[in-house]
Design a protein around this ligand. Structure first.
Ligand code: KIV
Ligand code: ZN
Length: 446
């Protein structure tokens, strides 16, 4: 496969992510999360906002000591004391970056900062000059860029580039933008601002309309080469672009995105679980890529398809993102195919008629309960066979059947189907020994 252009990942889980309610972390916790984020292979870790508290100052210092490979960024408002504090916190970093920001939209200037556009431009330029006198690597963000007057935005951006900024981060601070518009904003900056070709353009998108990942992808298509992300998409209010969504969109659709990141995708799920454990904030079950339902199937038609060929309902393998495997949930929508497999795993190879009877009782039970566990399945079998019901299954999986994909993973079994790009790790095929060729007739009476 041809080499694809690289998009850098700026992970802000420890800064913007930490600003989300319930997600704040102390220095020791930040170091543990930073190690996992480093393991993923991100390019930059934003470790905190040193002026905000002594705790955050020490956290940035500790992360800078612990993670030597990636660039470590510290946030600072466009104020001398913030920039000096950020630089002190970064003193021990192998590769430091000062990230300074100032709001540029009229609504922020008038109501929050009570500052004129002229004052804003001067403060941004002076702050970047000061940061540059300390650190070669300076990132500037015009906060609320997507709601800023475009002429003024271009003026500010040009001034900070002249003052020495090396990365220009364009935030959709309130998650207001939509993909075509955000792409257009990046295009306009690239075509109007002198010197912009010498800096990296970055996108920082919030998820208030659920568009953070879509906007980040649109920005990359328009020329951004850094994207700011967080693990599990945590961040202010509805959060930021989620690293797992952004990375996997590029991996699964190289036909649409001629770019890639350095992220080791099999570390995505471990990072998600680890962060959730540290913060105590659960991942929503239907969260793309890392939610507990992302590779779980309950509907009989889907389970049947998955058992015949995982490509029917999965666009990536669970293993490719570090998820242990596909699971089939036994509930009222499940079919006989999945039930038969579970019975067999519990030691009962049922005859067709037996399976029909067990399945009939299973549907009645599943209709009452949300799901049916191993013990209940054994009881159903016992009732049908009139055998003692106190047989205890050797290994209980609760209401989920973890599916083991064929371990051989032969090249043929990974060939992309028509319409899917070659070279992407696709779900493996299942069970050549599957005996039914027809679609699951799991709905009785249908
Ligand atoms: O959302 C935002 O504008 C920010 C900046 C500090 C980059 O988080
Ligand atoms: Zn933000």
């Amino acid at each position: 496969m041809a080499t694809r252009e690289r998009v850098m990942i700026f992970d802000t889980t420890l800064r913007d992510g930490e600003q989300s309610p319930g997600c704040s972390m102390n220095a020791a916790e930040k170091v543990r999360v930073a190690r996992q984020i480093d393991r993923m292979g991100v390019d930059i870790i934003e470790a905190g906002f040193p002026i905000a508290s002594d705790g955050d100052f020490h956290a940035v210092q500790a992360v800078a000591q612990a993670a030597r490979r990636p660039i470590i960024a510290a946030l600072a408002r466009c104020r001398r004391e913030d920039i000096e504090r950020a630089w002190q916190a970064l003193a021990g970093a192998a590769r430091p970056r000062i990230h300074t920001f100032l709001a540029t939209s009229d609504i922020h200037l008038e109501h929050k900062l009570k500052m004129s556009r002229r004052e804003c431009l001067e403060q941004a330029r002076d702050a970047v000059s000061l940061a540059k006198s300390m650190c070669d690597d300076v990132q500037f963000s015009p906060e609320d860029a997507s709601r800023t007057d475009r002429d003024f935005l271009c003026e500010v951006v040009q001034a900070v580039i002249e003052a020495g900024a090396t990365t220009l981060n364009i935030p959709d601070t309130v998650g207001y933008s939509v993909p075509l518009e955000f792409a257009d904003l990046i295009h306009e900056i690239r075509s109007r601002v002198r010197g912009v070709e010498g800096v990296v353009i970055s996108a920082h998108c919030h998820n208030d309309l659920g568009l953070a990942t879509a906007n980040a992808l649109a920005a990359v298509e328009a020329g951004a080469r850094q994207v700011e992300c967080t693990v599990n998409g945590i961040g202010e209010r509805a959060g930021n672009t989620s690293i797992e969504e952004f990375v996997m969109a590029m991996r699964v659709r190289p036909d649409r995105y001629a770019f890639d990141t350095m992220v080791a995708s099999e570390q995505l799920y471990p990072a998600s679980q680890f962060l959730s454990e540290i913060t105590g904030v659960a991942v929503q079950p239907n969260k793309a890529i890392v939610g507990r339902n992302a590779f779980a199937h309950e509907a009989g038609i889907h389970q049947d398809g998955i058992l015949k060929n995982a490509l029917t309902y999965e666009i990536m393998t669970p293993e490719s993102v570090g998820v242990p495997g596909t699971s089939l949930v036994l509930g009222k929508h499940s079919g006989r195919h999945a039930l038969a497999i579970r019975c067999s795993e519990l030691g009962f190879d049922l005859e067709r008629r037996e399976l029909d009877r067990v399945y009939r009782d299973f549907v009645v039970l599943a209709d009452k309960n949300k799901s049916v566990n191993d013990g209940q399945i054994v009881e159903l079998i016992a009732a049908v066979r009139a055998i003692p019901s106190e047989i205890v299954p050797s290994q209980s999986h609760g209401d989920r059947i973890p599916l083991r994909h064929d371990s051989g993973g032969s090249p043929a079994s990974r060939t992309a189907p028509p319409g899917q790009p070659e070279g992407v790790e696709m779900p493996r095929l299942f069970a050549a020994d599957h005996d039914g060729e027809q679609q699951e007739d799991y709905l009785w009476g249908v």
